[in-house]
Each structure stands twice: as C-alpha cells, then as structure tokens.
Design a protein around this ligand. Structure first.
Ligand code: C2E
Ligand code: CA
Ligand code: CA
Length: 326
C-alpha cells in the first residue's frame, strides 16, 4: 500500500499507481481451486474497471460477462475472413472555409444481422491482440477510400484512422502503415493517425521514435479524446502532434454548463499557443457551432454536420458539399 502511494515520475510526467482487489468465497462460490481463482480474477477485473471502487466481491453476473466476452473474441478471430467488418466515415468541417477538410474512419462489425459497436468489440480486440490484424485491415481499407477521394479531385483531403495503444506498440506498426499507403498508392499527407493519451503510458522512448518517424514521412498525427487522459500536459511540447481532438464529453453540454465552456476555451487556447490545430467532436447543436466559432476552433465533427456514413453516401455528401461551397 505504502509503495503504491508514491507516484512514479517519468519524462512524460507524473503517474500514480492504483491497487485493485478482487475476491470470492469458498464454499459459497466454489470449492474447486481453479474455479475460485477464475472467480477472483473476474472480481478483480470488475474492480479495475470501476474508478471509484477498488474492492470487488465475485458475483455470478461477472462470470457471465466474461463468458460473453470470450465468445465474442472467438467470433472476432474470423471476422476478416468472413468479411464482417465495414467502415463508415464522418466528415470534418473546417469552420472558416466551410469546407470538408478531413474524414474520420470508424469501424463496424456486422454479425448475424446485428451491428456491433466498436465500443464493444475494440476493447476485446485490444485485449486479445486481434487488434493487430483488424487494425491493418482498417488501415488498408481507409487508405483505399482516401485514394478514391483524391482521384475524385479532393486532393487535400485528410482521412483519419483510429489507432489503439496495443496496435501502436506492435513492432510492425509503422511498417504496416507504410505498406497500406503503398498498396493504395496514397500520399502520406492524405493520412492522419488518431492516437489516445494511453499510447504514451508504455515505452516512452519507443513511442517518441515511432511518432517522429511517422510524422517525418508526412503523416499527420492527432490526439483523440483530448482532456480525458491522465498524462501530464508536458508531453505535448515534445510530441510531433498536429491536432488536438477535444473530447465530446466537454462539448455535449457546453451550452448549459459554464465549466465545460471554460475547459473547451482553455484547450483551444492551449492548442493554439502550441501551434496545434483544434477540432471539436460530438458537435450536435447549432449553439455548439456558434460557441466554437467564437473561439476560432478550426474544425468540427458531429451529428450537427453529418453522422458517420458508408463510402457511397460519403461520396454523395462530399459532392453536394463542394457544389454548395463553390
Ligand atoms: P472516437 O474515436 O472518439 O469516435 C467518435 C465516436 O463518436 C464515434 O462512435 C462516432 O460515431 C460518435 N459520434 C460522432 N459524432 C457524434 C455526435 O455528434 N454525438 C454523439 N453522441 N456521438 C458522435 P463509434 O463509431 O461508436 O466509435 C466509438 C469508439 O470506438 C471510437 O471513439 C473509437 O475509440 C473506437 N473506434 C471506432 N472505430 C475504430 C477503429 O477503426 N479503430 C480503433 N482502434 N478504434 C475505433
Ligand atoms: Ca477517434
Ligand atoms: Ca474521440
């Protein structure tokens, strides 16, 4: 306990250790050793997911959840061969020019006539390591769509792809990005990688090296969900980042909530003073747009402008948007 109370100071900032405990009872939950261990792990899993509760006693529903996840992971193994993944695209609007300057790629899983949200399966893909082949598939498809857009005349379009921490830390990550670009014949300046602050928590030196290498090849880099991570702000100075994506949790209620407005304003000021570009996510209302315009936030993304759509609809949407803008 005492050891955990001390923080760990690294060149990226100060980190705090959290202890979580999971336990179960015998004979109530089982009398078999292996089963008791499994149950204690399930309880630990629950405790570590809950920010405010560090102790957790096993409940049968935890075991059911774990079984459900294990089933999904099994199905996820065949997701590429079975052609069950597809991408949707959400346009990003540049406020000053009223033009679409970027597009975020979001993955979907169609399984047995049901669409499974990435929020449900990406964590399982991360946990199981399947994010590496799945992430490569996403990168390849996104680069192919980006190339089609360039060929349609949107030569400056930047297509953003989400990258999970485990995918990023894989030794072949950078090579797979270059391979996807080559395969599609796409210029690196048309690709952006969205990383979260979680990426910086492991292997600082390796992370910096990979980021610099990607950046120097012409790829843009953005920090997703900015403002929700734990890392220190000092890393911002050292990272070759182009853009901050202001998390949607600060935008959602900014028309009612002064604290959210202060946070958004502070992030915009911080980003601008570091020479970064800024995009607000989850923009649903015109009051959000007015507020973000007043701050001179560069871009917006959200249902107010467009929901994520499939490629064919995206091409239509972009055609209409550029006809309107010219
Ligand atoms: P994210 O990267 O922060 O993506 C934004 C999420 O907000 C998307 O949810 C998008 O559909 C949703 N969204 C966009 N505009 C609005 C809005 O105005 N209001 C609201 N309420 N929501 C909006 P989605 O597609 O369900 O993705 C959830 C998360 O799953 C993503 O959050 C990202 O962390 C992860 N994810 C999605 N696609 C990929 C992917 O291709 N690779 C990886 N590694 N993760 C992905
Ligand atoms: Ca994202
Ligand atoms: Ca985000």
């Amino acid at each position: 306990m005492q050891v955990a109370q001390r923080s760990i100071v690294t060149s990226f900032g100060e980190f705090f250790v959290e202890l979580d405990f999971g336990y179960c009872l015998s004979p109530e939950h089982s009398i078999e050793r292996g089963c008791l261990l499994k149950h204690a792990h399930a309880a630990l899993d629950e405790a570590s997911k809950n920010e405010h509760q560090h102790f957790s006693l096993f409940e049968m529903s935890y075991a059911n959840k774990i079984e459900h996840s294990a089933n999904l992971i099994d199905k996820l193994r065949q997701v590429i061969e079975k052609d069950e993944l597809f991408l949707v695209f959400q346009p990003q609007l540049h406020l000053a020019s009223n033009r679409i300057t970027g597009i975020e790629t979001l993955v979907r899983w169609k399984h047995e006539n049901e669409i499974i949200s990435p929020a449900d399966f990406i964590p399982l893909a991360e946990q199981s390591g399947l994010i590496v082949p799945i992430g490569e598939w996403i990168l390849n498809q996104a680069c192919l769509i980006a190339k089609q857009l360039v060929e349609l005349g949107y030569i400056d379009i930047v297509v953003a792809v989400n990258v999970s921490p485990r995918q990023f830390s894989h030794p072949s990550f950078s090579a797979s990005v270059h391979q996807a670009l080559r395969h599609a014949g796409l210029s690196p300046r048309n690709l952006e990688l969205e990383i979260t602050e979680g990426v910086f928590m492991h292997n600082e030196a390796g992370t910096l090296e990979v980021l610099h290498e990607l950046k120097s090849s012409g790829i843009s880099l953005s920090i997703d969900d900015f403002g929700t991570g734990y890392s220190s702000l000092s890393y911002l100075k050292r990272l070759p980042i182009d853009k901050l994506k202001i998390d949607q949790s600060f935008i959602r209620d900014c028309h009612n909530n002064e604290e959210d407005r202060v946070i958004v304003r502070t992030i915009v000021e911080l980003g601008k003073s570091l020479g970064l570009s800024l995009i607000a996510e989850g923009v649903e209302e015109s009051v959000h747009v007015d507020f973000l315009k007043s701050l001179q936030c560069d871009e917006i993304q959200g249902y107010w402008y467009s929901k994520p759509v499939e490629a064919a609809q995206l091409f239509e949407f972009m055609k209409k948007a550029s006809a309107k803008a010219s």
